[in-house]
Design a protein around this ligand. Structure first.
Ligand code: SIN
Length: 302
């Protein structure tokens, strides 16, 4: 079989046609899907009907899974599924309400971040004009690496950036609104503040080589990097801003408009992503995410 693909007009975000991810997928067909995933970084399947077990089973075809580090939003009976949701049931949030609302790679707090993630749309917010809200944007850091201006490439190649969870947390809290009546953070935010992991610092190569394809990509996340090794904070800030501006050039970015039943998977080395928070209750957005373990085993828990 030769896989049918509807290509987007960007390097990533291509739709794989005619596949039921809940069904039996023959080994040769699966190999083509995996090759497309490796090659393009973001692929998607529309009109899927997946129970949590089926999503986990399809995800496991790609290898081991890893649980999301903030455990309180992992599904109780299927901890491999991390719930992203703004729905509140009996006063309790169903999932993390504001997951991924900045340009990032998943779980940069780990020494060897996950291979990728798979997000399945259960509920999609539709506004009064009938338009879907809560898009997810993806940027190809592989295509961005290929298009790097020579001077910026020379500046970052061989360098490591210092990812610092405390710096990220402080930056994130400065953007988190307090309750206008109590003047304090919500109970959910306070719980997360007390549960957050101890300060984690990871030194990541700014250019990572993909373990399966050998292709180079820029490794970056907004707000997470305190500085670049061997550079002052000021010097680092200028370089990081140049990297950010380059990676987010429109030609490298695909914006996914969700419909219920979409299953989107992204490679965590060759792209960045960002969730757009342009909706609120009573509109509901609920997604189930599985996370594919790193292809390079983590030596120490991080
Ligand atoms: C994530 O970063 O895993 C969440 C993305 C989204 O909800 O669109």
């Amino acid at each position: 079989m030769s896989l049918q693909i509807r290509f987007s007009d960007r390097p990533l975000g291509h739709e794989i046609l005619g596949i039921n991810t809940a069904g039996d997928i023959a080994a040769d067909v699966f190999a083509e899907i995996e090759a497309a995933y490796d090659r393009y970084g973001v692929i998607l399947f529309r009109n899927q009907h997946l129970t949590p077990e089926q999503q986990i089973a399809f995800s496991k075809r790609f290898g081991d899974l890893t649980e999301y580090t903030v455990k309180q939003y992992n599904m109780a009976d299927h901890p491999e599924i991390f719930i992203v949701s703004n729905v509140v049931v009996d006063g309790k949030p169903l999932g993390m309400v504001d997951a991924g609302r900045y340009w990032h790679t998943d779980m940069w707090v780990t020494a060897n971040p996950p291979r990728g993630s798979m997000l399945y749309a259960i509920e999609v917010p539709i506004d009064s004009n009938g338009e879907a809200r809560g898009d997810t944007c993806f940027a190809s850091t592989a295509a961005a690496y290929d298009g790097l201006p020579e001077d910026l490439r020379k500046t970052i190649e061989g360098r490591r950036a210092v990812f610092d969870s405390e710096a990220y947390f402080m930056s994130r809290m400065s953007r988190t609104p307090k309750d206008p009546i109590t003047g304090d953070y919500s109970e959910d935010v306070k719980k997360r503040m007390t549960q957050r992991s101890q300060n984690v610092v990871q030194h990541h190569d700014m250019v990572k080589v993909h373990p399966r394809t050998g292709r180079k990509s820029i490794y970056f996340s907004e707000e997470a990097i305190s500085h670049i090794e061997g550079m002052s904070v000021e010097e680092s800030a200028a370089v990081l801003e140049a990297v950010r501006a380059h990676v987010l050039r429109p030609e490298y970015v695909y914006r996914h408009r969700w419909a219920v039943g979409d299953l989107v998977m992204w490679d965590n080395i060759s792209c960045l992503h960002k969730a757009i928070g342009d909706f609120d209750l009573p509109l509901h957005r609920t997604m189930h995410r599985t996370t594919l373990a790193s292809l390079v085993p983590n030596k120490a828990a991080a």
